[in-house]
Design a protein around this ligand. Structure first.
Ligand code: HMG
Length: 463
């Protein structure tokens, strides 16, 4: 049975910090953010927004657009790593909000959980719900998988340049208009790691930035290796001698903590895949240097990062490789469109990969690319750490969904924050009711009960 994504909706907070203002505020060269990381603007939540209301807003959009009633939804999953409750699941908050619009008890039949594994948990939730549909358990109902996060790092930390916030809701069913997932190829890798984590009670993560970059690459490559075996053995991809699996993936979406991480990942995966092919010889000749090898090729990530000579040479090699027309062709045709939204919004943790997918659909369609029947690959990564690689095929009816996509109008009119306003929000100096923007047709937080041992949250839908 086919199963996949029928429609996709986003909700992005309208407040943002401009990368140039931010850089000036921190004494950095704006080019480090804009060119080095691919960050132009970072979406920031208002005082009356939390990840649950971002998720509810994305859900409401997808339900209203498709004229769905709660009876049409069989499961509602929320994936997040910005959870504010150790027990009550975020989907319960979301259902509470949706019932303000659809009526008390309207979703009482609708099961689901909140899932957690840093940025990769949304991909696990998609996979589990796809299998619920494939197993024939859905009985004509849809599943809603919502990925929602606020990426917030300590003031002055190197992670602060890679913040963002937003939510993506995905409607899954057995007759998807957008993308049908390829069966029996989804592949994972997992390892107990401390690259990025957020202990109980802490609002911001503890991050080993460069370690996390390298670990992301290694884990995704491992998952890609497993995917490759499955794609070949199931016969969905048939490789000729001088081909790699990436030649058969028309568009690639990577987890995007910042846009340039997608470029880094593509370069790393392509290098790995091309190394054994005849075309590599030609590329090495063009670059004019052989591929560097670390002193201890089977060493730990720490030993590779500590091998300064290798790191410098490898950086130089990667820079030259990414300038070759062979890499540029792959980059422009398979990845570039998926990065546009990330540069405008920033990291959305669980939602970043799917915002990238949404971005690639909109901007490839605008270019006039013929999308039906093309294969889309996904490289999902979550710190801590796990990667997932899977794929799907764009369906004939995709145009019904994609033709009306417009990132700018879906975000709505944005307000640029001064650094002082941003810092006041970041440090929670304002109360829930001191919002900077007037809410319109959206759910907002009205109260967090501050009496000891309570913490109960109240929301309303603003007409
Ligand atoms: P950093 O170490 O300060 O930055 O922070 P850098 O020195 O690596 O510079 C970044 C890039 O800017 C480099 O480009 C520089 O050359 C360039 P590259 O060499 O890599 O191509 N650059 C400049 N370019 C132009 N003009 C200039 C200039 N200066 C430098 N003047 C880091 C970067 C990502 C480490 C930091 O922001 C951080 O810690 N971020 C948070 C962690 C993170 O995002 N890790 C990514 C992988 S892990 C992941 O994706 C999971 C995650 O989403 C969480 C989850 O799963 O839940 C984070």
């Amino acid at each position: 049975m086919a199963a996949g994504i029928d429609d996709i909706a986003i909700y992005i907070p309208r407040l943002y910090v401009d990368a140039a203002d931010f850089a000036r505020g921190r004494g950095l060269d704006p080019a480090k953010l804009q060119k080095g990381l691919g960050v132009s603007q970072m979406a920031i939540v208002d005082t009356n927004q939390d990840p649950a209301c971002l998720a509810a807003n994305a859900c409401l959009r997808i339900m209203q657009r498709n004229k769905l009633s709660p009876e049409d939804i069989g499961r509602l999953y929320v994936s997040t790593e910005s959870s504010f409750d150790e027990s009550k699941a975020m989907n319960s908050y979301v259902i509470g909000m949706l019932e303000q619009v659809y009526g008390q008890g309207a979703f009482e039949h609708c099961g689901g959980v909140e899932t957690k594994f840093a940025c990769v948990s949304g991909s696990y939730a998609l996979y589990d719900n796809t299998n619920w549909i494939r197993a024939g358990e859905a009985e004509g109902k849809h599943a809603l998988v919502v990925v929602s996060d606020i990426a917030k790092y300590d003031l002055g930390s190197s992670g602060e340049m890679t913040q963002g916030a937003g939510s993506v809701a995905m409607l899954l069913n057995d007759n998807p208009r957008l993308l049908a997932f390829d069966p029996k190829v989804t592949s994972t890798s997992i390892k107990d790691e401390y690259d990025f984590y957020r202990p109980f009670g802490k609002e911001t993560p503890i991050v080993h930035g460069q370690y996390s970059n390298l670990l992301y690459l290694i884990q995704v490559r491992k998952a890609l290796e497993a995917y490759k075996k499955k794609a070949i053995s199931t016969g969905i991809i048939k490789l000729k001698d001088d081909e790699t699996i990436l030649d058969h993936i028309d568009f690639l979406n990577m987890h995007l903590p910042y846009a340039n991480m997608g470029k880094k990942a593509l370069a790393y995966l392509v290098r790995h895949e091309w190394r054994t092919l005849p075309r590599w010889k030609n590329i090495i000749e063009k670059i004019g240097m052989s591929e560097p090898i670390p002193k201890d090729p089977r060493g730990t990530i720490e030993s590779v990062l500590g091998d300064q000579e290798f790191m410098e040479k490898d950086h130089e090699f990667t820079k030259m490789f990414t300038k070759t027309e062979e890499y540029q062709e792959v980059y422009e045709s398979k990845l570039a469109s998926s990065l546009i939204a990330s540069t405008m919004i920033g990291n959305l943790y669980t939602a970043s990969l799917y915002l990238g997918f949404r971005s690639s659909l909109e901007f490839e369609y605008q270019k006039g690319t013929s999308l039906a029947g093309t294969r889309v690959g996904f490289g999902s990564y979550g710190s801590g750490s796990s990667a997932m690689v899977f794929s799907g095929v764009i369906q004939e009816e995709f145009e019904e969904i994609v033709k009306d996509m417009n990132l700018e109008s879906e975000i709505g009119p944005r307000k640029k924050l001064t650094i002082e306003e941003y810092e006041a929000l970041h440090e929670n100096k304002l109360g829930v009711t001191d919002s900077m923007l007037q809410p319109k047709k959206e759910f907002v937080l009205t109260e967090i009960n501050s009496s000891v041992g309570s913490g109960e949250r109240r929301y309303i839908f603003n007409e």
